[in-house]
Design a protein around this ligand. Sequence first.
Ligand code: SAM
Length: 474
Amino acid sequence: MFASKSRLLSDRISYQLLLLRNKGSTASCVHKSTIIRANNTIRYFTKSSITNEKLTQKQERAKKLLEEQLKSPYRLIRWAAIARTEQFQKGLTKYLVGIYIVFFLYGGYIMRKLFNREKELEALLKKDDKDKNQWEKLREKELDKDQKLRTRDELKLKQYQLLKEEYGIQNFDGIVIEDYEDTKHLVERITGQTLKEDDAVLEQFKKEQQVPNILPPRDTTDFYDSKARKYDSDIGMEEKIVFMGSKRKWLTSHCKGDVLEVSCGTGRNIKYLDPTKLNSVTFLDASRNMVEVTQEKFRNEYPGFAKAAFVVGKAEDLIDLDKKNQVKYDTILEAFGLCSHKDPVRALKNFEQLLKPDGRIILLEHGRGDYDFVNKVLDKRADNRLETWGCRWNLDIGELLDDSGLEVVEEKRFHLGTTWAIVAKRKGAAKKKEEIGFIEKYIGSSVRKRANEFIDHDDKIANQQKTDLPENKK
Ligand SMILES: C[S@@+](CC[C@H](N)C(=O)[O-])C[C@H]1O[C@@H](n2cnc3c(N)ncnc32)[C@H](O)[C@@H]1O
């Protein structure tokens, strides 16, 4: 064994010497194959045989490492090792074809679903509004990307589903579910059955479907009167943490011409106003003490601005308050006010009446968020919030807007959807150039267009049939 090793060594040395001697002239031929005589034996010793040997050692090491990794306690290392095995690599094509088939089938399933949805929406859009039952209207809202499904709509759709699946009701004609109607009450009303308090189906429904804890509205004037002088210091840190300053900047950036700020509070938006864009500004709040703080702040900030008014009054009474004045506004803004009004929808309707035809209502409000886990917290802490801040922070602001009849031009959501930034206009008022988005401008809603084409087509046929009728049958 020792002898053979030393022979191998001497052969290698001879080979290296030979290489040196032939360097330059015949190097290439030596590289390919060299015959070395040693101890009467002929050995073929080439460079490639040396590298082969190294390669084999390397392969051995890699094989060993792979075997170790296949037994690794860590899943990722094990998977990476499996992917390197010969067996896996051979089977890869099979797996790829399998994955491709799964994707193909899934894609087909999704396409079919989308196609069916579009067909259903088309049929609903074709139907006259007065002929649709509540479920059909909600379903249309759910399918149409141009419409927004609100919290109460989602709950109602789930309640309809429950009526269908658990109580076998197939025809929803004549059924109207009230906003946030108690599900037990609803089922009993529709089916005529009496359900137990701990009915298993209802318990399951409650578990799966979160029912918002919307507290009744209340007058908060006294609350804010007592809070006025410490309001800024109490709320300051909370606002800093969530960078509310930038949102207030967004709000006031829309202010121009004659401006009305409702629920002005302590005038926290004043420092973001650009007085050069304003003709006049009116601040209104139900709390006298809050208005006083606003007035002090405004006079300090813009001492030369004369056309400023400070009014104590409620948003719900705006029309009466403004009767003598009859001023119409270019911009009506409100920050975190709707949540503390007794009748927020009435307030919004008043805003619409006081708006110039091309005026805008700009709102920065807090309300329900985009996620269930967030809304669960808001609902759970609703009582606490009302006590501490006098506001109902879990309202769906979109519902208030829908009920007011205003048209939303822009709706942005921040802080997990709990901060609502809204630009709204009077119903039917034209959109401004900068408010028309790219998609709306160039593509529009294809489904709506197609539905309108159908309606036009049907109308044309009906008219044609009428003209074809003999005179006495018309
Ligand atoms: C949460 S504070 C917001 C104050 C201020 N807008 C801000 O951004 O800090 C709510 C304000 O709305 C006022 N408010 C509540 N109900 C009102 C109503 N019906 N009409 C006018 N102001 C009202 C309160 O007095 C209070 O100043």
